[in-house]
Write a protein that binds this ligand. Structure first.
Ligand SMILES: [Zn+2]
Length: 260
């Protein structure tokens, strides 16, 4: 039986960029507004976060912002992240603080997913070993080495596994080398399958379109992961959630409301 009690999608920031970053070769000249999300799960065996959003300081400190975001890798500039969207303040709204998070599971280590690790030095941090390896090369310009160097309680993973009964890590490489999605069984409602950046938009899922950025340009690997997620969703009757889709996000239960 699932140990999950409650599930919250948490908006941690917004990024505007050309749609081609989400849908490979589709959407040139079209700027979209994408939510940057983290997901909190309360279980009978601790609290787990899937992703942690961006590092607030790298966006809101002018010098850091210039260093990290005002260069050729970021033609669309940095995301926005309000005071309210800071993880610490989101958790406060639930009567929690960062120390109350036991486990952080990072689907991949790009700046908009692993940036907030700096506030989670106490927690166990789960990441695929291939992801950590690629991030350290770095495989592309969306990795900020400063996000994941330092003292972390890493728990490197090489396979699919259950974090607790009811929460399963699923390998979905393609966007990045060691990308992981997550299947969450709720106590009452239908399961939720978090695609992570294996599928930014509903369009990626429905029309089977690879993300703009594919590790080593392996579009086939990314497409295989999208099909894998669709199959799992079908078998488990889960709702497959895209990760950077504003219209999908707007239909979700608004924070601090939750799913159970
Ligand atoms: Zn992302």
């Amino acid at each position: 039986m699932t140990q999950v009690k409650k599930f919250w999608p948490i908006l941690t920031g917004i990024h505007k960029y050309e749609k081609t970053l989400s849908t490979r070769n589709i959407g040139h000249g079209q700027i979209i507004e994408a939510p940057i999300l983290a997901y909190l799960m309360e279980t009978s065996n601790g609290r787990i976060l899937y992703d942690v959003g961006c590092d607030y300081e790298k966006i809101n400190d002018l010098q850091k912002r210039h260093h990290f975001y005002e260069n050729d890798e970021f033609p669309f500039g940095p995301p926005t992240m309000t005071e309210e969207q800071k993880m610490e303040n989101r958790l406060r709204q639930l009567g929690l603080q960062p120390l109350d998070i036991d486990t952080v599971f990072v689907g991949h280590l790009h700046f908009d997913h692993g940036g907030g690790l700096c506030d989670m030095k106490h927690a166990e941090v789960h990441v695929h070993s291939k992801e950590y390896e690629a991030a350290n090369q770095p495989a592309d310009g969306a990795y900020f080495a400063e996000d994941f160097t330092g003292d972390y309680h890493w728990r490197f993973q090489d396979d699919e596994y259950d974090l607790v009964p009811g929460i399963r890590a699923i390998e979905t490489p393609g966007h990045t080398a060691g990308h992981m999605s997550m299947l969450i069984e709720l106590p009452k409602g239908k399961p939720i399958l978090l695609a992570g950046d294996a599928a930014d938009l509903t369009e990626n899922i429905e029309q089977e379109i690879a993300p703009g950025l594919c590790w080593h340009d392996k579009e086939d690997l990314a497409l295989a992961s999208i099909r894998k997620l669709k199959n799992i969703a079908k078998e488990t009757e889960a709702c497959l959630w895209p990760n950077h889709d504003m219209s999908f996000y707007r239909q979700c239960t608004p924070f601090p409301g939750f799913y159970e």
